[in-house]
Design a protein around this ligand. Sequence first.
Ligand code: NAD
Length: 346
Amino acid sequence: MDLFKTMAGYGYGEVHVRRDEASGLSAIIAIHDTRLGPSLGGCRFIHYADEGAAFTDALRLARGMSYKAAITGLDLGGGKSVLIRPKGEFDRARLFEDFGRFIDNLGGRYITAEDSGTATADMDVIRTKTKFVTGVSKEKGGSGDPSPYTALGVRRGIEASVKFKLGRASLDGVHVTVQGVGHVGYYLCKELHALGARLTVCDMDATRTARCADEFKATVVAADSILDVEADVFAPCALGAGINDETIPRLKVKIVAGAANNVLAEPRHGDALRGKGIAYAPDYAINAGGLCNVAQEVQGYDEGKVRERVVKIYDTIYTVLERAEREGVSPHVVADRMAEERLAQR
Ligand code: NAD
């Protein structure tokens, strides 16, 4: 891989790597932008086909964190770490201790959190070697699971989208289809049900959908038919790239607003949604509630302050949709512009 050329392509100046034979650690820390504050972003611990794929993932994800923090009004930069998962046996605690020392050596320019393949328990191990870690368990003074706050932010984003697109100030009777009722999807259903929304859900895991049917009177459909359900809002809360050439023609909704990261397979799919008259709440703007939660750990955790910040996602999404209409472009383009404008102020 042509590393410096790839870094230039993502607008980078700084990437750190560390390898340790004894623990099996192969770590990349990508720091995209620190103009607004120290970089914060999760630690991904998965298998990669090759090192190039791991670097590209770190660069792409850290850049996304810069945009997410900027549009949310947080004084944080964008960073992300990727640990290439060892193929054979390894000592997990030793590996994360070693990673903690690596983070500590950067003196606070990068602060970590959970991401795919890591959990609160790993953050607790990292915490034994550095203070530059969030997503630590509540018992250890951290904020625990961020997904209820991600869900709260998504609910606020849905409210803003419904107000903008349908002219309705309440979610009472609004029909929302939720794809994936795992961590965020479950809490989102709870939020929406409390406000009188009608729910249709799907998941690959039947116990998860059954829980939503029991607790929130949700209608359950097969995973491959959720896109065919006529509703007001589609909330993707499973995997990325769910909005693509195959799925867009099937959508029978007015709004797409959910937690899934990188939900547009390509930026042009944001334009395709606009072409169909569907309002799209950009992923990194609507799903920033979890980031608000871990960010508060940096300043000393205060649940009230987190809620105060997360409910403002309503204003962000409403502004994005309004400005997109005024400027005659798609909402994902406006979100990027708003993030870049804030970054350029520093
Ligand atoms: P999760 O793994 O707990 O839940 C995802 C659920 O989607 C699972 O129940 C899974 O069975 C289901 N699923 C997978 N493929 C599916 C399919 N094709 N159709 C229907 N269901 C399917 O993950 P999560 O933490 O709830 O995150 C969901 C999404 O939100 C991800 O894209 C994640 O990156 C994003 N996100 C999460 C957070 C957070 O706080 N957890 C924050 C920001 C963004």
